[in-house]
Design a protein around this ligand. Structure first.
Ligand code: FAD
Length: 453
């Protein structure tokens, strides 16, 4: 069936890519977005957020012919540079092969590219600066209806299908779940984040590795900085929301200066206006959302953060959101949209649930483990094993970031690999012990007890 009316709520990354797919399938798409048109100059309000694009996102963009323009605006990241507290720098490659690199892209740039492509299509129209305030999910027999607030007052729109691409705090999701036997779990991280810019300079220790993600680990505060094509870095500082040295207490110039002087002195040197940036930028909150159902009677579907927001510590939120759109398009080969959307949820949710777990675990990894010698030794062992046994050993990180193996399958395979390694380690130890015993018996003479050779 073709030529349906599809309303996309939210013109972020997932919403824009979904609009391209629906239009290419011959449907008429209306996008309604709360923010101003991101293609207009200055629409981002000066806040630039960088995201690490990996294989899943790369493939999803390639599918709609957008990989070239996105890569042209992206900076490569070959690994991460860990800034130790003593000023030492450790480089950890992202993969065992030259081509296993991530790309750092400004969210605003990516959003503009996706939206421009969507709006090139004659089937797609958009309204900006309008906020979804209410939503009636409809039923098989009744179209869903959205209510928006706009400058000229509220308005209602119905459609054959509503795509909820309105992010982690989705209004579509809230209204979709209301009154249904639904499962909804939201976990708010007790840490928040603020962004700041590290401007390009003539020289400096950070900018000496422009093709890497920079990490200042710490269980009391963490900074992650992505490179930009112009040599600058976009950094995010993660701190507890409350307690001593938290976003609640770091509200004066003195306290912020003291934080950077004592915890991140090299950042303080590189960013002369760090105090001003810190005090003037908003604090963001991070949530994991596990929810179900994602769809209702062929009338509503959730994608991206609206369906499965994850903490950003595995760098997969956007990548999985873009991958959602590719999987959804695949499912829509079924003309029965109710069935197609159920299939989408069945195919996707087990994997994004695993991604949520991995992203929560990686919070600890980035804060504390990346700097530990044991972690570094295990990482090296992982890379060596993957070089020696390229078909049999693939580190979990490689599977998640450099392949499109579904997340739960990647985790299962990683566990199997480790079980085999543990078994092989045990077997090698047993063999070594047995070899030692044999050698001792041989040394004791041919007729020693138990020697039948
Ligand atoms: P969003 O990008 O949030 O888009 C939702 C859209 O809906 C927005 O445009 C919003 O304005 C609009 N909207 C919301 N409510 C309404 C409403 N009521 N009415 C109308 N419109 C509405 N992911 C990665 O893959 N790699 C990374 O390196 C990475 N780093 C991150 C770092 C940080 C600090 C954070 C916070 C996230 C990071 N992510 C990363 C995650 C990534 O940003 C998200 O997963 C991704 O943006 C999800 O896309 P989306 O389209 O689903 O949602």
């Amino acid at each position: 069936m073709s030529g349906k009316r599809v309303l996309v709520a939210g013109a972020g990354l997932a919403g824009s890519l979904a609009a391209i797919h629906f239009a290419q399938l011959g449907h008429r798409v209306e996008i309604h977005e709360r923010r101003p048109d991101p293609r207009a100059a200055g629409a981002g309000g000066g806040r630039s957020i960088n995201l690490g694009l990996s294989q899943r996102g790369i493939r999803a963009l390639d599918q709609v012919g957008l990989l070239g323009p996105v890569l042209a605006a992206a900076a490569p990241m070959r690994g991460r540079v860990i800034h130790q507290r003593d000023g030492e720098l450790d480089f950890q490659p992202y993969g065992s092969h030259e081509d296993q690199i991530l790309r750092s892209v400004l969210r605003d740039d990516l959003n503009r590219i996706l939206l421009a492509k969507a709006l090139e299509h004659p089937n797609v129209s958009a309204r900006f600066g309008v906020t979804l305030t209410d939503f009636d999910r409809g039923s098989a027999a009744k179209e869903p209806v959205c209510t928006f607030d706009s400058e000229s007052g509220p308005y209602h729109v119905s459609a054959d299908l509503v795509v909820g691409a309105d992010g982690a705090f989705s209004t579509v999701r809230t209204r979709l779940l209301r009154g249904l036997p639904a499962d909804f779990r939201q976990r708010v991280l007790p840490w928040g984040y603020k962004e700041f810019a590290i401007a390009a300079g003539p020289s400096g220790e950070v900018r000496s590795s422009p093709d890497a993600l920079h990490v200042w680990p710490g269980d009391d505060g963490l900074i992650v900085a992505h490179p930009n094509v112009n040599g600058s870095l976009t950094a995010t500082v993660f701190l507890p929301l409350s307690g001593e040295r938290s976003f609640a207490t770091l509200t004066t110039e003195g306290s912020v200066r003291d934080l950077f002087d004592t915890r991140f002195p090299d950042v303080r040197r590189l960013v002369p206006d760090i105090v001003e940036q810190f005090l003037s930028h908003p604090t963001g909150h991070l949530v994991t959302v596990r929810s179900s159902p994602w769809q209702h009677e062929g009338r509503v579907v959730l994608i991206g953060d609206a369906a499965h927001a994850v903490y950003p510590f595995y760098g997969q939120g956007m990548n999985s959101a873009l991958e959602d759109c590719a999987v959804l398009r695949d499912c829509l080969a079924d003309d029965d949209w109710a069935e197609a959307l159920r299939t989408f949820e069945r195919r996707r949710k087990p994997h994004t649930d695993v991604l949520a777990d991995l992203s929560e675990q990686n919070f600890d990894e980035l804060r504390t483990r990346v700097a530990s010698p044991l972690f570094l030794a295990r990482k090296k062992a992982d890379l060596v094993l993957s070089r020696v046994f390229p078909k049999r050993w693939m580190p979990l990180y490689t599977m998640v970031s450099h392949t499109t193996i579904p997340y739960a399958d990647a985790l299962r395979r990683a566990r199997r690999q480790h079980a085999v390694l543990a078994w092989a380690g045990g077997a090698a130890l047993a063999a070594a012990l047995a070899g030692g015993a044999l050698a001792r018996r041989r040394a004791a003479g041919p007729h020693s007890p138990g020697d039948r050779s």
